[in-house]
Design a protein around this ligand. Structure first.
Ligand code: ATP
Length: 248
């Protein structure tokens, strides 16, 4: 079980997250939603230790997360990745293995098998020798999903994995989520999805600096909750799309 306790984050004296408390259980698919600038990416990054917390702690099965980082896999937002970096799809996925085995050791047969299986699972084996900058947005997303799979983690954090992808990638992603849940792995997915798509989650976390709601989708997606979240930060896809959001 992953537990975030009283987590607060500041950027240059400005409070971005305040007193966040949440729990993610094995086998759960949890959606993290909220308007632009609500702090969703910051929450994921502070849980992972990539952004320092002002207060609070993150525990994994009662242990500080920094002691069990190998149990966490992270698929960053596509816009946070340098796509010009000269690296093949194969080597992106192999990076997860290199970190586990040590940077100066040649990848052994097990590592190569793991990378092969992960790329096969996301249907990217044929394009393994391509530079990542030469892949489509959806293909790039599948390579980073394969990297997370190769890590053989227990908890998966994905930041906007459904943004700018094709139908095939969406299908691969959803199939993989189902498989991971069946293996009792947990997923926390930051999302800008709307309407019925949000029903795929076991639970939704509604964030806007503080955690405004944490419950099953139908209970979170009320007009009152949406107004509380989206009227704090009016944005192009906020209040204008409330009716679409509440279709479900
Ligand atoms: N490195 C940084 N330094 C200073 N402020 C930052 C930094 N990163 C994010 N912020 C600010 O923190 C707030 C939360 O940003 P964050 O990216 O976590 O929100 P988000 O909910 O993920 O937004 P989006 O949905 O647009 O990706 C925003 O006001 C943003 O401008």
């Amino acid at each position: 079980m992953l537990e975030v306790q009283h987590l607060s984050v500041n950027y240059r004296q400005t409070s971005v997250l305040e007193d966040i408390h949440l729990v993610v259980h094995p086998g759960e698919l949890v959606g993290l939603i909220g308007p632009n600038g609500a702090g969703k990416s910051t929450l994921i990054q502070s849980i992972l230790g990539l952004v320092p917390a002002h207060q609070g702690q993150v525990l994994l099965d009662g242990q500080p997360l920094r002691r069990c980082q190998h149990r966490i896999a992270y698929v960053p937002q596509r816009s946070h990745i340098d796509w010009d970096y000269p690296i093949t799809a194969w080597n992106v996925v192999m990076m997860a293995q290199t970190r586990a085995a040590g940077w100066f050791r040649r990848p052994n047969r097990d590592a190569r098998r793991t990378v092969w299986a992960a790329l096969e699972r996301v249907e990217m084996l044929e394009l393994r020798h391509r530079q990542i900058r030469e892949l489509s947005g959806g293909q790039q997303q599948r390579v980073f999903l394969a990297r997370a799979l190769a890590q053989q983690a227990d908890f998966f954090f994905l930041d906007e994995p459904f943004t700018g992808i094709d139908k095939k990638t969406e299908a691969v992603m959803l199939r993989t989520f189902t498989e991971l849940q069946a293996q009792n792995k947990a997923l926390l997915v930051c999302s800008h999805e709307w309407g019925d798509a949000l029903r795929r989650y076991d639970r939704l976390l509604l964030l806007n600096r503080t955690l405004l709601a944490d419950d099953v989708p139908d209970t979170v997606m009320t007009l009152e909750n949406m107004q509380r979240a989206y009227s704090q930060t009016p944005s192009a896809n906020g209040i204008d799309r409330l009716s679409e959001f509440l279709v479900c």
